[in-house]
Design a protein around this ligand. Structure first.
Ligand SMILES: *Cc1c(COP(=O)(O)O)cnc(C)c1O
Length: 392
């Protein structure tokens, strides 16, 4: 069976170039980057080289990059780090209702500690209005944390405008850019962010490594206590192979950026248009104007998402009902609810996310299989005719 992977927003395969770059640091150059002997110096040089590569991808200075264990840690380090370093008894944070759980649940934890959080509501297009962010600002606002590209919809937030607002009001601005880094241009100066989270495994690097960009001069209270690694900002022996992999993945992404984005975007458009043309009572979720080239989120009336994903998997096609972390839970996606979908619509929604190794045959294979799967599931659904009757 020909397998097709259309779940690149959940994770991506490690590029062979990345794997080859990592190999020596697992096998022969295994030193601790803090050691003074040859082994340590090899590791140290590799870590610093990766830091430069990654800094170049996002237009940062190498000294502003802190390596972490991934996107989740970077989000938590930024959010708790800023809020706990902030002075005053009354603290307020602005976020949105379409954030990844790594941000959303960090904000909920802040609320339990007495911090006030405003969750700005995204529109039905899956985009936050900067005016709503500005209106939410109060005298005690210490942080704005808003994602760059949404992992479920692919929608891109107007960070430049929000960055300008944050700067005018002298408020720290963090973005979770885990889905956008390596896919579209991400420039910390143009976006006006003070902190930015990214993760290697979303851009053809290894799992368990990521980074937090911290603008020069930004004071964070650390999450972890230990050694003097990463300029005292993140203790723990550096994950040299992982960091090298992240650096190489950043280099690959930068080299191929405009062409790859165009190629993947064309495949995504073909897949989306092909499905919408072949499947009746299907629709796209979220706005399609400001969107990553990698992602489409579609709903098929009366289809139960989990059942659809399993039926597609049996045919060799991997797609997703939304955030991978939510699979197995019966809750509907908070993102799809936030943009106004009914629970039934949210449950019938499927995310297809493409990446570096998808080819035109993947789209053709999927278009050959998907309409039958939908039809078969609808044939046994008690809701299908009713659903059609109610939307017409
Ligand atoms: C995957 C993802 C994360 C979490 O990153 P990990 O490296 O898996 O911890 C955070 N935010 C977004 C938007 C993501 O897509």
């Amino acid at each position: 069976m020909r397998r097709v992977y259309l779940d690149n927003n959940a994770t991506t395969p490690v590029a062979p170039e990345v794997f080859e770059a990592m190999r020596p640091y697992l096998v022969s150059d295994y030193g601790n980057a803090s050691s003074i002997h040859w082994y340590g110096q090899q590791a140290k040089a590799a870590v610093e080289n990766a830091r430069e590569e990654l800094a170049r991808l996002i237009n940062a200075r190498p000294a502003e990059i802190v390596f972490t264990s991934g996107g989740t840690e970077s989000d938590n380090a930024a959010i708790f780090g800023i809020v706990e370093a902030a002075k005053g008894d009354s603290k307020h944070v602005i976020s949105s209702d379409i954030e990844h759980h790594a941000v959303l649940f960090a904000c909920r934890a802040l609320e339990k500690r007495g911090v006030r959080v405003t969750y700005v509501r995204a529109g039905s297009d899956g985009v936050v209005d900067p005016a709503d962010v500005e209106r939410a600002i109060g005298p005690d606002t210490v942080l704005i944390t808003l994602m760059h590209a949404n992992n479920e919809l692919g929608t891109i937030q107007p960070l430049e405008e929000i960055g300008r607002i944050a700067r005018q009001h002298d408020i720290f601005f963090h973005t979770d850019a885990v889905q956008s880094v390596g896919k579209i241009p991400v420039d910390v100066e143009a976006l006006g962010v003070d902190l930015l989270s990214l993760s290697a495994h979303k851009l053809n690097g290894p799992k368990g490594v990521g980074a937090l960009y911290v603008r020069r001069g930004t004071i964070l209270k650390p999450l972890l206590y230990g050694g003097h690694h990463e300029r005292d900002r993140r203790p723990g022996t550096e994950n040299t192979p992982g960091i090298v992999g992240l650096g190489r993945a950043a280099g690959l992404a930068r080299e191929g950026m405009p062409e790859e984005a165009a190629r993947i975007g064309a495949l995504r458009d073909e897949l989306e248009a092909g499905i919408l043309a072949r499947v009746p009572d299907a629709a796209a979720n979220g706005g399609r104007l400001h969107r990553l080239p990698t992602t489409t989120n579609l709903r098929f009336d009366a289809i139960e998402g989990e059942g659809f994903v399993i039926a597609m998997d049996l045919k060799g096609i991997a797609c997703s009902t939304g955030a991978a972390c939510s699979s197995g839970s019966v809750e509907v996606s908070h993102v799809l609810s936030a943009i106004g979908l009914t629970p039934a619509q949210a449950r019938s929604s499927i995310r297809f996310s493409l990446g570096r190794y998808n080819a035109p045959e993947d789209v053709a294979t999927t278009l050959g299989i998907l309409p039958d799967v939908v039809e078969r599931l609808r044939a046994v659904s008690p809701h299908y005719r009713k659903a059609v009757a109610s939307v017409k």
